[in-house]
Design a binder for this molecule. Sequence first.
Ligand SMILES: [Zn+2]
Length: 86
Amino acid sequence: MNKIDEVIKIESCPECHKTHSYKLEVTRCLIMGLMTENELLEKPSEKKLTRTFHCPNTQKDFEASFTLTETSMDRIEEVKVSGIVS
Ligand SMILES: [Zn+2]
């Protein structure tokens, strides 16, 4: 397993209607081994997730959906909101 920080942007916060960027801690399960031809040709698929975010302007929590990409070689195991960037 492999933890990567990714940053996502919430374009319009439901609480204050401003843009916020959040840091996500994404745990991916890398599947090692020989790749088959199908896996080499595979396009990343989009995974839709919903998490709770904290608005720094109103101090309220809200839920938002976002998408991350994964492949069968690189599956998303867990996504945590680890902080706010701006
Ligand atoms: Zn906000």
